[in-house]
Design a protein around this ligand. Structure first.
Ligand code: AMP
Ligand code: MG
Length: 326
């Protein structure tokens, strides 16, 4: 594929909008870093975006819209405090976690029923999304392991030949990620502190709680990050790989597995959950408490076949992991 670098003229922004609507991938500037856009309601385009970025599929994408009224098209049950934050801080470096509307596919949210929504504060980004007339996912326009791009040339270094267009908007401001807030909890939960400070948030909506290391709330158990594997024959290999990756980053990790699978994990830390799916379902929460008590940072749960009790077990795993499937 030939990747074209375009100046942000009206005509070129229109070309980019048409390309996105046709399922393409277009990089463009936002006030934080360059974003790689795909139409959020187009599962195939979003899947391709994950591939191109080499982004793990358990890391959900932020969805951008160009105006406040469009938020009702991507989210539902919007709490009053979210409305206050929308009025005060959008467009800007604020992302809200909201109940997702049906039009947002699971691939965007990594299986969660929550969608992360923001309005970027950059005229080129706003014009482009406005012309697309649909929500657009906006992860950074880099390969996952590389630093975020703040110049069109950085985007080209990583993604040339893999995406359709790069809109060159000059240098973007560096390093101000959006603040991520969930107003569906009381008090609201801050998942990431970024451009909008805690003081500003508190002035707008009162008390908030801040989640430990951007994942689980201080208030809520379990503390450990929960991941679970998709179910397939040799999922243990995938689990071992993930375990080793986490361990290499200094994360104390444990695998939850059926009794019969224990030996597949060698000398890695393992909690067995029982001999079958009913025992797994029965023991799951107790094992998670044990992981907290023993101060594990991460738990990787074996996937199960979604049949019979396995189906409710899958639902439960999705819920407790926040959709973090490996
Ligand atoms: P970024 O990697 O800067 O594009 O930000 C994406 C981050 O936003 C993810 O890593 C999550 O922490 C958060 N996020 C995005 N979508 C969701 C979602 N549906 N539920 C919870 N958090 C989300
Ligand atoms: Mg990124």
């Amino acid at each position: 594929m030939d990747t074209q670098l375009l100046q942000p003229t009206n005509e070129n922004i229109m070309r980019c909008a048409a390309k996105l609507n046709g399922g393409g991938l277009v990089a463009f500037p936002t006030e934080t870093v360059y974003a790689l856009g795909a139409v959020a309601t187009d599962s195939a385009a979003v899947k391709r975006l994950y591939d191109v970025k080499k982004r793990p599929s358990d890391n959900p994408l932020i969805v951008a819209v160009s105006k406040k009224s469009a938020i009702d098209g991507v989210a539902k049950n919007i709490p009053q405090k979210a409305r206050v934050l929308i009025e005060k801080f959008m467009p800007g470096a604020l992302t809200l976690l909201l109940d997702k509307a049906d039009c947002i596919p699971d691939v965007v949210t990594a299986g969660s029923s929550t969608v992360a929504v923001r309005i970027p504060n950059n005229p080129i980004a706003l014009k482009l999304i406005d012309l697309v007339r649909k929500p657009v996912v906006v992860p950074s326009a880099n390969t996952s392991s590389k630093p975020s791009p703040t110049l069109a040339s950085h985007v080209a270094d990583d993604l040339k030949g893999k995406i359709d267009y790069i809109l060159d908007g000059g240098e973007s401001e560096i390093g101000i990620e959006s603040t991520i807030v969930d107003t569906r909890t009381e008090p609201p939960t801050v998942h990431r502190v970024g451009g909008v400070t805690l003081d500003k948030l508190k002035a707008a909506i009162g008390d908030v709680v801040v989640k430990r290391d951007g994942k689980k709330s201080i208030k809520y158990v379990p503390q450990a990050d929960i991941l679970f594997s998709a179910f397939y024959d040799n999922m243990s290999e995938n689990i071992c790989r993930k375990y080793d990756e986490l361990a290499a980053r200094g994360r104390k990790t444990v695998v939850l597995c059926l009794n019969g699978n224990k030996k597949k994990y060698g000398d890695r830390a393992v909690f067995t959950v029982g001999k079958d799916y009913s025992e797994y379902a029965h023991n799951l929460f107790a094992r998670l408490r044990k992981a907290d008590a023993e101060r594990y940072d991460a738990v990787i749960a074996e996937g199960v076949e979604p049949k019979g009790i396995g189906e409710s077990l899958v639902n439960r795993l999705i819920k407790i992991s926040g959709g973090q499937i490996i």
